[in-house]
Ligand binder design. Structure first.
Ligand SMILES: Cc1ncc(COP(=O)(O)O)c(C=O)c1O
Length: 529
């Protein structure tokens, strides 16, 4: 199975993560000298519009201290060096690089290894190959599913990778309604949305507008298609996309399309309001700045500092917040309290923080493929003109629509979520998550997540350590999502658990017991970075 994926899907993964996976990467012959390396840094700065080229550029400058490159910048620079010189750097060795001189040594050492015909190390460009080969949780075929217990190659595993938070993927009422809608509409409305849409769409868009509390929304098949469609659409050469460095990769891909159209892009430090304000100040003269963030960060379950950002941009007339709440929608809702810890109604972060998209200059994007178990996503529109514009995005008119089953399941799911049953489900998820997070912390591991949000990442550390930890969990029958570079900082890999209403207390306790073994057997746990 894995071999098949390696041969068939490598190209796709390359495109998605922007890494070269091909082990046959050859080093160019000859030694690289210091000047070439510094030139490559200048090229990197120009390409990514980073303004950190000091007057006196020399080999002993420190990448983080003198040049203020954060961990993401450094990894991007290493990737740039690899591409420029056609080589593959060992990620474990790259963690010791402090200065250009260290990097030069490592680059030439890597050249030597490749030139001698040795097997190239597990270089940063080979990261995906390493993960697919070594981490049992990647690319599995599921033979059977019973609730959140799965059968994979004859082995029973508990599912902590599903993000069907409300458990609606297993709801009989939804199956029945889907069948009725299929009989009415067929399996798939194969019209472009520019031509025609079944009325299921209108109903769903109206319901979503009410649930979220916005004038209008437009439904697309996926969040990724929204980013790929809307971000280039609003871009001009005088537009800056200011991304949180941990913004979801799909936002970054959308911004790359905007960048290809001549827009500017830059990262600010994760959830760092001071850094954001500094960048906003620098961008005062631009026509438009889009602050691109996750609502709930997909690798940690931590909330964006959305209310503070809304407050901050009151002083920046050119700024808009573009928030991707793929995870928060359906869980977070109005007025979180002791009785309803995630709030009521599941309307997402706009409801949680009482945000008005017009007053607060927010474009809100969320998905239906997690809490609502349906292939669908939506973007809010502040007025009819914005709706008309968003409905001309390339991915809206040139890509296919949502299947009937998903339009139907999303609609019924929203109705359930809006009823008192929805709030009961959310309370149940809270209790399960609290049990899990408390257990993990008692074991002595570090678990990130805002206020017992059911996306919990357990900190591990290096990629080698997370690989070992994932193997132990697999042995104990636990399916999780490894959170590794580029979805997590390179030296801060995590084990991501998602907890749904369909998980059981027994499954939670098993997961905690398995993590206790990880704590004992993985040398770098809880985390080194
Ligand atoms: C924050 C975030 N944005 C976007 C996506 C992608 O969503 P979609 O599958 O709807 O493209 C995910 C998927 O996990 C996500 O976590």
């Amino acid at each position: 199975m894995k071999e098949e994926y390696l041969s068939e899907e490598v190209v796709d993964l390359e495109r998605v993560v922007g890494l070269e996976l091909n082990n046959s990467t050859k080093a160019k012959s000859g030694t690289i000298d210091g000047e070439q390396l510094l030139e490559s840094y200048v090229g990197f700065c120009n390409k990514y519009k980073k303004k950190r080229i000091p007057q006196n550029l020399h080999l002993d400058l420190q990448l983080s201290g003198d040049l203020a490159l954060d961990s993401i910048d450094q990894v991007e620079f290493l990737l740039h060096v690899e591409k420029t010189f056609g080589l593959s750097i060992d990620p474990d060795k790259s963690t010791n690089v402090r200065t250009f001189r260290d990097l030069l040594e490592l680059v030439n050492e890597t050249q030597d290894t490749d030139a001698k015909g040795g097997v190239p190390g597990v270089g940063i460009t080979d990261l995906q190959r390493h993960l697919i080969e070594e981490v049992p949780q990647f690319y599995n075929e599921v033979d059977e599913q019973h609730g959140r217990t799965l059968k994979i190659k004859g082995k029973e595993v508990y599912d902590f990778a599903s993000a069907n938070y409300l458990g609606l993927d297993l709801d009989e009422r939804i199956f029945t309604k889907i069948e009725a809608d299929l009989r009415k509409w067929g399996t798939h409305p194969s019209w472009s949305r520019a031509i025609a849409s079944p009325e299921l769409y209108t109903k769903l868009e109206n319901t979503l507008s009410e649930v979220v509390g916005v004038p209008r929304v437009l439904v697309y098949p996926t969040v990724t298609l929204i980013h790929m469609g809307i971000l280039p659409l609003v871009a001009t050469p005088d537009t800056l996309f200011l991304m949180d460095e941990r913004a979801h990769k799909s936002i970054q891909e959308g911004v790359d399309l905007a960048y290809a159209k001549g827009a500017l892009k830059k990262f600010f430090k994760h959830n760092d309001l001071e850094d954001l304000q500094r960048e906003l100040e620098n961008a005062r003269d631009l026509d438009a700045v889009y602050i691109c963030i996750d609502g709930v960060y997909s690798m940690t379950g931590v909330d964006a500092k959305l209310p503070e950002m809304v407050e901050m941009i009151r002083d920046y007339p050119n700024a808009t917040i573009y928030v991707d709440d793929a995870h928060g929608f359906g869980l977070w809702g109005s007025n979180p309290s002791e009785e309803n810890p995630y709030g009521t109604g599941g309307g997402g972060l706009l409801r949680k923080y009482n945000i008005d998209v017009n007053r607060d200059k927010v474009i809100y994007v969320a998905g239906l493929s997690k809490a609502f178990s349906s292939l669908g996503a939506f973007v809010t529109c502040r007025n009819d003109a914005e709706l008309e514009m968003f409905a001309t995005a390339a991915t809206f008119i040139n890509s296919g629509p949502c299947p009937t089953a998903s339009l139907s399941s999303a609609q019924t799911g929203l109705e359930i979520s809006q009823s008192s049953e929805g709030d009961e489900l959310r309370k149940h998820i809270f209790e399960l998550t609290k049990r899990f997070v408390t257990g993990v912390r008692e074991v002595g591991l570090v678990a990130e997540s805002s206020d017992f949000y059911p996306l919990v990442s357990v900190e591990i550390g290096t990629i080698a350590a997370v690989t070992e930890a994932a193997k132990i969990l697999w042995e104990k029958g636990i399916l999780i999502t490894p959170a590794v570079y580029p979805n997590a900082p390179i030296k801060r890999s995590m084990l991501r658990f998602t907890i749904t209403a369909a998980n059981t207390v027994e499954e939670i306790d098993n997961a905690i017991n398995a993590l206790e073994i990880v704590r004992d057997l993985v040398p770098s746990a809880p985390y080194y970075y």
